[in-house]
Write a protein that binds this ligand. Sequence first.
Ligand SMILES: O=C(O)CCC(=O)C(=O)O
Length: 450
Amino acid sequence: MGADDASGLDELVDDIPSRPFPIYDEISYETFLKDHLIPNRPLILSSKHTADWSSLHRWRLPSSPSSPSSPSSPSSPLYSSSTTIIAPTALSSSSKNNRATTTALPDFAALRPYSNHLVPTANTSRRLYSEFERTDLPLGEVLDLWEIEQGNELYIKDWHLLDELEKAGKGVEEVYKVPEIFRDDWLNPPYTPYPRYNVDSTVIGNRIDEDITFGAESDPSSSSTADFRFVYLGPRGTYTPLHRDVYGSYSWSANVVGRKLWWFFPPGESLDAVRDSRGETVFDVREVRGGKVGIRVLQNQGEIIFVPSGWWHQVINLDFCISINHNFFSSPALPHILPALETSQRRVEESISDVREMINQRLGHTPEAQREWVQEVQALLERDQGWNWAGFLRIVRDNLIFPKCDPELRPPHSLVVQWVKRVIELVKDRDEMMIVEIKELVQEIERLLV
Ligand SMILES: O=C(O)CCC(=O)C(=O)O
């Protein structure tokens, strides 16, 4: 099923039950922690939370559907169902309630300054194993296609725009503002709206107007160079297949332009409804009962969805959508991260079980053989998954030393200590403790906890 099957979307949208997750105009960190992070439950932040984002104003066409500057006819399948477009939306009398929502057209001209960015572009009509075929293309080339109403199967995913802006010495304020409840983010660089300058190692995120070199390396609170802050852009019908987020992380996703339909499957609950005959989860939930499965949620323009750890989900763009999302985690996710890392490691171990035999043949069943095997697995885990036990422990250590936000936007210290201690207890029972770096990281973290 691909973007060309978007015709069934209206029907799917029409009978979505009312939204099952709490929708907040305002929420304190305390409520977020108690009602969502700890019980691992989703939420929706209303469009109030994005109302002052610059991208919201710059990336939406302010004009009406009849505007000559519209990149294409508003009724084009590229953009939306026949009824949508531009606030306030004019609806045909046959439209059902869920179609009656306000969406805007994307302003491609506002994205042209980023035309030379190489953006990962998925072809949603070409499946490749558990993903789509992807190519890195200059953004400008994809915009060119969309402007002439071609490429409606192309979905730009995981565009690191925010990282690119920072590397260019700019601030992310030209795009967005991370909602306060998501600032305790152990995975990404600390949120600062302004350029991150390399003045001295203690100054982060202050606006400084002199010409000073930019550099994340000297940022004491950035524990890795990884960046999990993305922009997604795609026409109506483009989609992300059924998956769980990387590392057992959380994610949040904000619709700057357009609406999305989400399917959610909570962890621990049976995914049987969306398994194929071999017992594997299906690629696209619409293969099953026309997609009338799981918890379906309509995300309106401007809203932000919080996806808890380990929740399976699929997402389809109901209009031309531009969204911004972060994968992230913080201390309440630690109980979920550990099993995710263990599962990844088991997969790596299975894939190189022949290497273990070779090591044992060479060294016998000795401690040296065991150490070599453990090191081999950790190296492959890092190459394959982007992190391993040492990488994970470095993140824990660095976030204990340099928290990413003010104390009122993080769990109480006593709870953090409790979650981290549990991690350390489990790591201490593992064979990876024979790696010197891991043992030292564990000792360092233990010293930080007292
Ligand atoms: O918007 C999409 O296509 C996918 C978003 C997603 O899966 C996420 O934010 O976790």
